[in-house]
Design a protein around this ligand. Structure first.
Ligand code: HSE
Length: 300
């Protein structure tokens, strides 16, 4: 038996819709071995997820087998999940990257990151959570339907990500339906300018640029209607010292970059959710710079 440990991620980071992703030190651990039939056991978050062959980890493993022309030998997986599901923290990406990586281990085959991501993208067609889940750190990715291109930039050690996680789930599919399919030139320019500012701000340690850099016009204005108190929650985080505040992935979690006052920022966001009648919790997370890890394990 072995364990594949895959980090959560926050994506978009305001202006980098479908492009920016950041791996976080919060993991789902998948314990895997060959078995007589497919078997899934889930502990922790997401115990309502499918436990048959519709399970995302199993589907990703089977897709990897098909991609390489291998017979999908049945496996047993025990998922110890710490990443809340359908909250914009890349829980699906952990299962997909985990399943593809399990193939690599079980069949003793070294697979390039590009091939792993291509298989993964057949299940989730945006690379912004998948890539950081695999390689860790802050990643800029693009997928044109054929090629995956990505690059990792150094992320400052002193920035932590404070995430307010509401109790309700929001599927990425639903959260994409509310976005406009066509955008104005001024909105496109807004995001090009600010996405560039985000990368420069992080690379140069210019934290003063980050608050402007997260001002998105492509998805957050539309998704705000799905998150009670969205702008008020953001304002409360800034009042308590956050550097930059944005919707985490497709939501409904709201994430902030902070270098201090972590608990004050988290508590303020949770309190603001509560004022809207929404129960929430907060997490203070470091960035995971390493990505997916495999280790031998006798558990469980
Ligand atoms: N970028 C996606 C979205 C989320 O905002 O819909 C995860 O891939």
């Amino acid at each position: 038996m072995f364990c594949v440990s895959v980090p959560a991620s926050t994506s978009n980071l305001g202006c980098g819709f479908d492009t920016f992703g950041l791996a976080l030190k919060l993991h789902n651990d998948f314990f895997v071995e060959r078995w007589k039939s497919f078997s899934v056991q889930i502990e922790g978050e997401g115990d309502h997820l499918p436990k048959d062959e519709n399970n995302l980890f199993i589907r990703a493993y089977v897709n990897a087998c098909r991609f390489f022309g291998s017979y999908p030998e049945p496996i047993r997986v025990v998922q110890k999940n710490h990443v809340p599901t359908a909250r914009g923290l890349g829980s699906s990406a952990t299962a997909i990257i985990g399943g593809v990586t399990a193939y690599e281990v079980l069949f003793g085959r070294k697979i390039s990151h590009e091939d792993k991501l291509k298989i993964a993208l057949s299940l989730e067609p945006h690379p912004d959570n998948l890539t950081p889940a695999l390689v860790g750190g802050f990643v800029i990715s693009l997928w044109d339907g054929e090629r995956i291109i990505y690059t990792k930039i150094d992320f400052p050690d002193d920035i932590k990500v404070v995430v307010a996680v509401p109790e309700f789930e929001l599927s990425t599919r639903e959260a994409r339906k509310v976005i406009k399919r066509e955008v104005s030139l001024s909105d496109a320019v807004n995001n090009i300018q600010r996405a560039s500012l985000m990368v420069a701000g992080l690379c140069k340690g210019r934290y003063d640029l980050l608050r402007e850099a997260v001002k998105d016009r492509l998805h957050q204005p539309y998704r705000a209607s799905l998150i009670p108190g969205f702008y008020h929650i953001i304002e409360r985080a800034y009042e308590n010292g956050a550097l930059a505040v944005f919707l985490s992935g497709a939501g409904p979690s709201i994430a902030s970059f902070s270098v201090n006052n972590f608990d004050a920022v988290g508590k303020a966001m949770v309190e603001a959710f509560k004022e809207e009648g929404v129960k929430a919790m907060y997490l203070v997370l470091d960035v995971d710079k390493e990505g997916t890890k495999i280790h031998e394990s006798s558990y469980p």
